[in-house]
Design a protein around this ligand. Structure first.
Ligand code: C2E
Ligand code: MG
Ligand code: MG
Length: 732
């Protein structure tokens, strides 16, 4: 291999040998330390060094500088393992020399030169290494210095910020150690409490707690300094140096050591006295009646609920309502009414305050007294009586002397239960009893009577859903012709199959349905149902015509839809109009004038028969009746009942019935007697010329299929010969 390319200096050097040397050098460097370059690159670099050193040894004039350069280059190339230097120095003396010796005439100076180069290489290496370490150390030092400066600056900044916040804050800040010693407070805190800062610094946190702090507050603070919590936040009342209380929003945070041990506490206190006072006023307004300043119903219910929740005590309520207060308001004006209410409130408070009872205004002219730890009805009645007496004294307002009475209801939790709503419901019911008994009275709650009232309203409430669920059924009671005992009609009578209470008769719910207005829907349903049934009978037994007689409540008569509805039902069910009879009560008919009377006429025009039910129990004016489109009078059960008896009573009722029958016939009305229970009654009615009768003697109200069975028998036996009971039939 030629040495061209390595220059004259390398002339005469065994280049292949030099490469092998460089390869061994690189291998040794790789084994002894870490090679920052690839091994091929390392070999190239080291070959350059080898040739340079060889050139120095073989040069005409010697310089040891290349040794220093190579030593420095080794460090620059990061071949800085001390073992590599060792290897290099010894390899130069051992393996390098043979590379150059064959080309030299005199080997002695060459040896000399190599050893000099060994020395300068080691020296260059060492200096370069030291320089590098110095450089590294100074850059680390510079970095360390600048880091410390930054940390100190940050600390100074945060301290300054903290100071600015601490001194300038509008909220009070205090720092205390774990013994409660106050380390520092800011001006705002000192101002809030009215002490100089220095004086506050001598106070212990424990002295700032107060017996009327929220329960558990001190305990919570103790747990905070034990490290169980990181912060506490409460509304707290402080007392200023001048004794004036202030309300604050207090937040205490725990500051810990790095290892988590509690170190000190920081309290931040905001004066919320204004807000607190406003809230207090709002709360007062929310819980008090503005006119009388008595607690209002909201507050009363809270108190009642709290008292009832404590089952160690019985609670009593005395519920009051001013009698006829409306007439004071209407007659003398609301100003006088308000004055009366204010005086009543004052008298109530005066008469119960000593005993520790609570007087409240429920609204309007209703007041209530809550008796805590009630000893029983006797105590409550005593309260009611003394209150009623206190109210009885005349009230002077605007030159008027007014005598005011009130009605009172007394209720004990022992009887009405521990639910506030139940207690007040009982009070309400009882107040109605007191009112019904007259003015200025009290009534005591009676659970048995209350239960009856409750079922009444419970039934009323359950009616609509019951109708939707189909809990109603219709039964039919035969109406017979007295002359031959034929069933000419049936009266449709509604019943309620109540899922809990069993079958209920109309006396239990018809009045309720009238009061709630549900009677319109219920009546419509009964009408539809009965007409459909009657139409089926008519289709199946055309030779035994049966009229279906349906009760219509007064409320329905005034319903403008009634005529259209009846017409619609007839069309839908296909029932001939003359087979439908509507029973109207006397009062419903008598009250009619104008529209309703026209409605009756239009019903009659449809071909429907109209009957007056329970005739004789109201105040019917027969002359007026003449102008009405009525076909049938149903005599109330009372007259017929009298006819059961022998003697003067029976005779008198018989004469009344006789007169009524004659009058009715004079008006072209058919007479039906109700509640005929015995054969004797039936006979006497027949003798008086009464046309038809209905009652247990002829048959009780029964489900439709029993009527169907009877009709089927009648059809088989032909008209007029049925098993129907005539006047002589024996009773059930
Ligand atoms: P009402 O229209 O006078 O019906 C006759 C009532 O007398 C029926 O009572 C019937 O069961 C009863 N009764 C029948 N025969 C005798 C008897 O021989 N002796 C006695 N003491 N009573 C007898 P009920 O079924 O309890 O019906 C009571 C009232 O309820 C009915 O009196 C009627 O005014 C009303 N009502 C019944 N169903 C309806 C209805 O669908 N709509 C309306 N608005 N009222 C109805
Ligand atoms: Mg009836
Ligand atoms: Mg009747």
């Amino acid at each position: 291999m030629s040495a061209s390319g390595t220059g004259d200096a390398a002339a005469g050097i065994d280049v292949d040998g030099a490469r092998r040397f460089a390869q061994r050098w690189a291998a040794a460097a790789g084994q002894l330390g870490y090679l920052p370059l690839s091994s091929a690159e390392t070999v190239d670099i080291l070959l350059g060094h080898t040739l340079r050193l060889a050139a120095a040894v073989t040069a005409a004039t010697f310089s040891d500088e290349p040794g220093r350069d190579v030593g420095r280059a080794l460090v620059d190339d990061h071949l800085t393992e001390p073992a590599v230097l060792d290897w290099t120095v010894s390899a130069l003396g051992r393996d390098f020399l043979p590379l150059v010796l064959p080309h030299l005439a005199d080997p002695a100076p060459a040896r000399q030169r190599v050893s000099q180069l060994q020395g300068t290489l080691a020296g260059g290496y060492a200096r370069a290494l030291r320089n590098r370490v110095f450089a590294q150390q100074s850059s680390i030092r510079r970095a360390a210095w600048s880091a410390r400066d930054a940390a100190e600056q940050a600390l100074r900044d945060s301290e300054a910020r903290f100071r600015a916040v601490f001194t300038g804050a509008a909220i009070g800040i205090g720092i205390a150690d774990l013994t409660g010693r106050i380390i520092d407070v800011n001006q705002a805190f000192a101002d809030m409490l009215g002490y100089p800062v220095a004086q506050l610094r001598e106070v212990n946190v424990g002295q700032l707690f107060h017996p009327d702090d929220a329960p558990g507050m001190y305990q919570h603070y103790l747990e905070l300094i034990e490290g169980k919590h990181d912060s506490v936040r409460v509304e707290k009342r402080y007392y200023r140096k001048d004794g004036r209380p202030i309300w604050t929003d207090l937040a205490v945070s725990l500051v810990r050591h790095d290892d988590g041990r509690p170190r000190f506490t920081v309290a931040m206190v905001e004066d919320i006295s204004d807000r607190y006072e406003m809230q207090r006023r709002l709360r007062f307004q929310a819980e008090h009646d503005p006119l009388t300043e008595l607690p209002n119903r909201v507050r009363f219910f809270d108190e009642l609920a709290a008292a009832l929740a404590d089952d160690q005590q019985q609670v009593g309520v005395c519920f009051l309502d001013i009698d006829g207060f409306k007439s004071i308001n209407d007659g003398l004006g609301h100003g006088v009414g308000d004055r009366v209410l204010t005086v009543v409130a004052q008298r109530l408070v005066a008469s119960v305050a000593d005993a520790g009872h609570l007087a409240a205004r429920m609204g309007g002219d209703e007041f209530v007294i809550l008796v805590y730890r009630c000893a029983g009805t006797t105590e409550l009645v005593g309260v009611a009586q003394s209150v009623l007496t206190a109210l009885a004294a005349p009230i002077h307002v605007d030159g008027h002397q007014l005598t005011v009475t009130a009605s009172a209801a007394v209720v004990e939790s022992a009887q009405a239960g521990r639910d506030p709503t139940d207690v007040m419901k009982a009070a309400d019911t009882t107040l109605q009893w007191a009112k019904a008994a007259g003015r200025g009275r009290w009534a005591a709650f009676d659970p048995v009577r209350g239960a009856q009232d409750v079922t009444r309203s419970a039934l009323a409430a359950a009616l609509p859903a019951a109708l939707d669920r189909g809990e109603f059924v219709v039964e039919y009671q035969p109406i017979v012709r007295l002359a031959d005992g034929t069933t000419t009609a049936v009266e449709a009578l509604v019943r309620w199959e109540h899922p809990q209470l069993g079958r209920l008769g109309p006396d239990r719910f018809v009045t309720l349905a009238e009061e709630t207005g549900l009677i319109v829907r219920l009546g419509r349903w009964v009408l539809e149902r009965s007409c459909r049934q009657a139409s089926r009978w008519h289709a199946a037994y055309p030779h035994v015509p049966v009229v279906v007689s349906v009760n219509i409540a007064a409320r329905q008569v005034s319903d403008p839809q009634l005529v259209a509805e009846v017409a619609g039902v007839l069309t839908r069910t296909g029932l001939p109009p003359h087979l439908l009879q509507l029973e109207l009560t006397e009062s419903a008919v008598m009250a009619t004038g104008g529209e309703p009377l026209r409605a009756l006429r239009r019903l009659a025009d449809l071909g429907v028969r109209l009957a007056i039910d329970d005739f004789g129990t109201g105040y019917s004016n027969l002359a007026y009746l003449r102008r009405m489109p009525i076909h049938v009078l149903k005599l109330a059960g009372g007259f017929v009942e009298g006819m059961r008896a022998d003697g003067p009573q029976g005779d008198r009722d018989e004469r009344i019935v006789d007169a009524l029958v004659r009058l009715a016939h004079a008006l072209d009305l058919t007479v039906t007697a109700e509640a005929v229970e015995t054969a004797k009654q039936a006979r006497r009615l027949a003798a008086l010329g009464c046309d038809q009768a209905q009652g247990w003697h002829f048959g009780r109200p029964v489900p439709a299929d029993q009527i169907t069975a009877a009709l089927s028998r009648d059809q088989d036996q032909g008209p007029g010969q049925g098993p129907d009971r005539g006047p002589d039939a024996t009773g059930p």
